[in-house]
Design a protein. Structure first.
Length: 244
């Protein structure tokens, strides 16, 4: 420190040296009492790496679940200081140079499930989305849910029906779609002890089982889905008529 060098060279007192720089002695002797944030920052980066669409509030919720007691303001300060709120885009030319993640070796039923959506259109131009859920060990299709604009709540309802008969999986592989990163999905996974394994952006091969099932869909699948949608609408209309 410059003050220490001047004191050693000219043999001056601390009071005179601090006065020369316009600094108080208390400021010179001050020792920071702030806690070390390296462990918390490392954990925040781990969460951001697997949940790329999470903001600091969602990160704070995950930290609280893991036992961290730091408040939201502290998380936000570290979040901004490290530039985690900025979206860093990787050039397309370097995508092939990324290191592949090690594949999971599945050895039991309900160890890993895969979920994904298939987008299609009906004959009249209306958009259609189909949710597929597959057990990676047995390669069994557990459910095919059809809808026009499914939300995270619809995914939770489908999982609730399946797990009531089959049990809960240890891990579910999903992409970063809005339905899978929703608060409803995150809450359901936390309450039932299910880990959500998000795929890397731009790498559909991370969910190979779901992709294999989608390629096996027959050409007449949109028409079959249309019949299912119309049937559900008619059933809902009958229920409303009975209530009224």
């Amino acid at each position: 420190m410059l003050i220490d060098e001047l004191r050693d060279r000219y043999r001056t007192s601390l009071t005179k040296t601090c006065a020369l720089f316009g600094m108080s002695r208390s400021l010179y002797r001050y020792q920071s009492v702030a806690r070390d944030s390296s462990a918390l920052l490392m954990r925040i980066k781990e969460i951001i790496a697997t949940r790329v669409h999470y903001g600091y509030r969602r990160v704070h919720v995950v930290l609280r679940r893991k036992g961290w007691r730091d408040n939201c303001k502290r998380v936000y300060r570290l979040y901004r200081a490290e530039g985690l709120s900025l979206r860093h885009k990787r050039p397309r030319r370097s995508k092939s140079a990324r290191l592949r993640q090690p594949k999971h070796i599945v050895s039991a039923i309900n160890e890993i499930w895969s979920m994904d959506f298939v987008a299609d259109a009906l004959f009249d131009g209306r958009r259609l989305r189909t949710l597929t859920i597959v057990d990676d060990f047995t390669r069994e299709c557990l459910a095919i849910e059809v809808g026009q604009s499914p939300k995270g709540e619809h995914v939770v309802e489908a999982l609730t029906r399946i797990t009531a008969m089959r049990g809960h999986p240890a891990t579910i592989k999903v992409d970063n779609g809005s339905e899978f990163i929703s608060k409803a999905m995150d809450r359901w996974a936390y309450e039932h002890g299910v880990e959500l394994d998000f795929s890397r952006p731009g790498t559909p091969t991370d969910k190979c089982q779901g992709r294999k099932l989608q390629r096996a869909f027959p050409a007449g699948m949109p028409e079959c889905a249309r019949v299912l949608v119309i049937g559900r609408c008619e059933e809902q209309n009958r229920r409303l008529a009975n209530v009224l």
